[in-house]
Design a protein around this ligand. Structure first.
Ligand SMILES: N[C@@H](CCC(=O)N[C@@H](CS)C(=O)NCC(=O)O)C(=O)O
Length: 212
């Protein structure tokens, strides 16, 4: 049975690949898995049919027969565990790759999400002008050690893994802020991820939806 994921019918980013279905598409492409996509309006995302799949009424979801998953960390980990290509075989290396997935999602992404909120949801609030530099500095404080750890390597721990897929997916949400350019090795790391054929296919697929 073919996997079905959900995505925005019309993504707020207009197809820049920032919506989180892109990382799931990328994982499916890296592992050579075909998939179908069910597109949802914002309204449909909050209706009972979708809430039964995703308690928070968000995208993406992942359906494979009886199995329904939400949360991109869980979805990408599931894909990576089920299919070869995204996790090393050696147990310790596999655990480290999964650690980088968690680092991306729990140590880096919340701060980047905070920037999105500060800019787009709270941009008109009188206190945003004072708050924004603090939000940016908190991100810098995470990028600095990440940049130091990556150093001159291509990927975070040996070969490309689900940890890199998730870290690149999270970091590329920063591009418009200019913060990535302050860390040239991280900017190059993101560019390396985006240059992967599987990423390009995932990006093109979500763009096709949004350009239509
Ligand atoms: N932690 C969740 C976040 C999911 C999420 O924020 N999805 C966004 C799209 S990228 C969404 O559905 N936003 C609409 C909403 O929250 O109503 C994950 O990684 O799957």
């Amino acid at each position: 049975m073919t996997v079905t994921i959900t995505a925005f019918e019309k993504s707020p980013d207009g197809g820049k690949g920032l919506a989180r279905d892109t990382r799931v598409r990328w994982a499916l492409e890296e592992t050579g898995q075909p998939y179908d996509v069910r597109l949802l309006s914002f309204q449909a995302m909050k209706q009972p049919a979708h809430l039964a799949l995703h308690p928070f009424g968000q995208i993406p979801t992942y359906e494979d027969g009886e199995l329904v998953l939400f949360e991109t960390g869980s979805i990408v980990l599931h894909i990576a565990q089920r299919h070869a290509g995204l996790l090393p075989h050696a147990a310790d290396a596999r655990a480290r790759a999964i650690t980088w997935m968690f680092a991306a999602l729990s140590t880096i992404e919340p701060l980047i999400h905070d920037l999105t909120i500060a800019k787009f949801q709270e941009g008109d609030k009188p206190w945003t002008r004072e708050r924004l530099p603090l939000v940016l500095d908190r991100i810098r404080a995470r990028l600095q050690p990440l940049s130091a750890r990556l150093g001159g390597a291509d990927w975070l721990d040996g070969d490309f893994s689900a940890g890199d897929l998730m870290m690149v997916s999270v970091l590329l949400r920063l591009r418009a802020s200019g913060l990535l350019d302050e860390f040239p090795n991280l900017a190059a790391y993101v560019a390396r991820g985006e240059a992967r054929p599987a990423y390009k296919r995932a990006f093109a697929a979500q763009l096709a939806v949004n350009a239509a």
